[in-house]
Design a protein around this ligand. Structure first.
Ligand code: C2E
Ligand code: MG
Ligand code: MG
Length: 623
């Protein structure tokens, strides 16, 4: 019998970052298994441990498992074939092993001996089950690496006690090995493991990531002047400040999966490193670096005096700057030294191109502040058509920035920047007001205004005043709430689900339509969406390419449509570019579509002429 419980398989697919050192993931793969700060001592986590049992007597295996299950353990791997034990250990990497000694074919001693030869298995704590009380046997087992003993037949309370002690000792040992004692942060070794894991994951995700190396200036001098005790305190304070940036990055991140969580670690005495496993664009790392600089810059109060310190930050981005841990750490270090030489308290990318881009974004950010007052924003409109009749039934407002020097800047270039610089709320308000005014303008021109959709950023959502803001804008412009809908993305809902439901319900009560944008790009399941009062689901345009290729994944599109309908949501396909896609969507009951096949986003005048049957005389443009 070789039995691997299904739970284990599930856990192997998603390395667990939340749990502390007692992850279900094997030691060698516990690359991000510990939390970002000092792990909690919560012993209940011990019960998440994966327990492996080897005993030639299946009944013993069964009985031991029942005892352990009763105590709260749930992850088991077992075999009654000692010949298979080492291979199973190798593939399963349990947190603890219960090993019988006397077995036909291969004894527990032999298995311990083989484990000792394998580096990966040396650390697996092993409780040896032995009927013998003879000291010689125990000594031999200890020499071979056993951690503890248990007499057979197994007494349940003794078993549970031994198990708990063994796992607690392992947790303590892991913690010493993986965390920095002074700051409680993951140490260099953990950082490298997590980086390795992030690099493994990067190709699958197709998004860049970055490592930031942060080195304090003149720490040795400060340490000599203050003395080691205050020097230590300063390092703890710095770790705390950078930790705040880390948490902010976590909250603001669009990527809410475990493997995307950032890490801050202490690499050496005055050197910290931050791992950003997933970024929407490589130069986003600059914003994080900027925040770290700001966090470190404000004075520290230490030993009754104020102290100001500076640092240099080097950034290496993967995949571009390397795809192995050595290259990334080395290149981040090269960039860090460069930063220190170039300018006090600054950051540098390893890549020249990214430095130039970060600089461009910096000036873009400065200009962005003036965009509204200089009246440089414009809304374009893209029609949404009914799939059965082909008629225009709505439109989506898409913002553009018309800059005198940079030209037409698309939302992908500046929305994120507006979010990072805190300008998004005023931008969002401008967009909503302009869209509502457009509805009124079309109506005053005697046209039937189509249902209008505007995109809302997650930051506007986090503000939680969105319903109030919208109410005010609707009042001021006189637009009918029923003609307005908002588009939100999956990431927003996942972040703060309960509060979001409340905001969505408020909006819905006002009569505003709620639409889930870009569905399929995030991580939420359709059933999860059921908890939100959504009216419409927009299938992300990346799925249209799948339809084009007639690939297997076109089945996903039809499944999304069917499921969304069963939840009484209307389905809109985004990015429809050709007849083939349209026919597929029609055949599968999609309700509406939007895409270049009908039109690119256009100015309101063109929209009115082409889709609302307007005829304007010269000088009579409503925009
Ligand atoms: P989105 O809401 O998913 O908007 C659809 C995007 O797909 C638009 O890009 C549109 O031009 C493009 N598109 C439409 N049909 C096709 C097609 O057939 N093929 C292809 N390849 N693309 C198509 P755009 O205007 O560049 O906007 C990009 C994203 O920026 C939007 O994605 C939305 O998330 C965001 N955005 C746009 N305007 C605003 C805004 O006012 N506020 C906020 N917060 N975000 C906005
Ligand atoms: Mg949209
Ligand atoms: Mg979309």
């Amino acid at each position: 019998m070789s039995n691997v419980s299904p739970i284990n398989k599930e856990f192997r697919t998603a390395p667990d970052q939340q749990s502390g050192q007692m992850s279900n993931t094997p030691a060698s793969q516990q690359k991000i298994s510990a939390a970002n700060s000092e792990p909690s001592d919560d012993l209940s986590r011990l019960y998440d441990a994966k327990v492996m049992m080897v005993d030639d007597e299946p009944l013993n295996l069964e009985v031991t498992q029942i005892y352990l299950e009763a105590a709260g353990y749930s992850q088991f791997v077992s075999t009654d074939d000692p010949m298979k034990a080492v291979a199973l250990l190798d593939s399963e990497r349990p947190d603890v092993l219960l090993l019988d000694v006397k077995m036909p074919g291969k004894s527990g001693f032999e298995i311990l001996g083989e484990m000792k030869q394998k580096q990966m298995l040396q650390d697996v704590p092993t409780i040896v089950l032995t009927a013998s009380s003879d000291a010689e046997t125990k000594l031999q087992a200890l020499e071979l690496g056993a951690t503890d003993f248990l007499a057979k037949p197994v007494d349940p309370s003794e078993l549970v006690l031994r198990m708990r002690n063994t796992l607690a000792a392992k947790a303590y040992r892991d913690r010493l090995a993986n965390y920095d004692r002074l700051t409680g942060l993951p140490n260099r070794r953990t950082f490298i493991e997590r980086l390795e894991w992030a690099l493994d994951y990067a190709p699958r995700r197709n998004k860049p990531g970055a490592a930031l190396l942060i080195d304090l200036d003149g720490f040795k001098r400060i340490n000599d002047a203050l003395g080691p005790a205050l020097g230590d305190e300063l390092l703890q304070l710095v770790a705390g400040r950078i930790g705040t940036v880390l948490r902010l990055v976590e909250i603001l991140s669009k990527f809410q999966t475990d493997e995307a969580r950032p890490t801050l670690s202490r690499m050496a005495s005055d050197e910290f490193a931050m791992l950003l496993p997933v970024l929407s664009r490589p130069d986003s790392a600059a914003q994080v670096a900027q925040r770290v600089l700001e966090a470190v810059a404000s004075p520290f109060s230490l030993g009754g005096q104020e102290l100001q310190i500076t640092c240099g930050i080097g950034i290496a981005v993967f995949p571009d700057d390397g795809m192995d841990t050595d290259s990334i750490v080395r290149n981040a270090s090269v960039a860090m030294h460069h930063a220190k030489r170039e300018k006090k308290h600054s950051y540098q990318f390893y890549s020249h191109e990214l430095n130039a881009r970060a600089l461009h974004r910096l000036s873009l950010g400065n200009e962005l502040r003036k965009a509204i007052e200089r009246n440089e924003l414009r809304l374009l409109y893209q029609p949404k058509n009914d799939i059965q009749t082909g008629k225009v039934c709505g439109c989506e407002a898409l913002v553009r920035w018309l800059h005198p020097e940079f030209g037409l800047v698309g939302p992908d270039e500046f929305i994120e920047l507006a979010e990072e610089t805190g300008l998004i709320n005023s931008f969002g308000e401008w967009v909503m007001r302009a869209a509502c005014m457009q509805i009124k303008a079309w109506q005053s021109a005697g046209l039937t205004a189509p249902r209008m959709s505007v995109n809302v950023s997650s930051h506007q959502f986090l503000e939680a005043r969105l319903p109030d803001t919208l109410r005010r804008i609707l009042d001021q412009t006189g637009a009918d709430p029923a003609s307005l809908g908002i588009e939100i993305t999956e990431g927003m809902l996942l972040k703060n689900a309960e509060a979001n439901v409340k905001v969505l319900e408020d909006l819905k009560a006002m009569g505003i339509r709620l639409s889930m944008d870009d569905f399929g790009t995030g991580y939420s399941s359709l059933s999860y969406l059921n908890s939100f009062p959504l009216d419409e689901l927009k299938i992300d345009r990346s799925f249209m390419a799948e339809i084009q290729q007639d690939g297997d994944r076109s089945a996903i599109v039809s499944a999304i449509i069917a499921m969304a309908h069963s939840m009484e949501m209307k389905v809109v396909a985004e990015g429809v570019e050709n007849e083939h896609q349209l026919q597929f969507l029609k055949a599968h009951g999609c309700d509406e579509y939007q895409g270049f096949m009908v039109s690119k986003p256009v100015l309101p005048k063109e929209f009115a002429e082409r889709f609302l049957g307007a005829t304007y005389r010269a000088q009579e443009t409503p925009d």
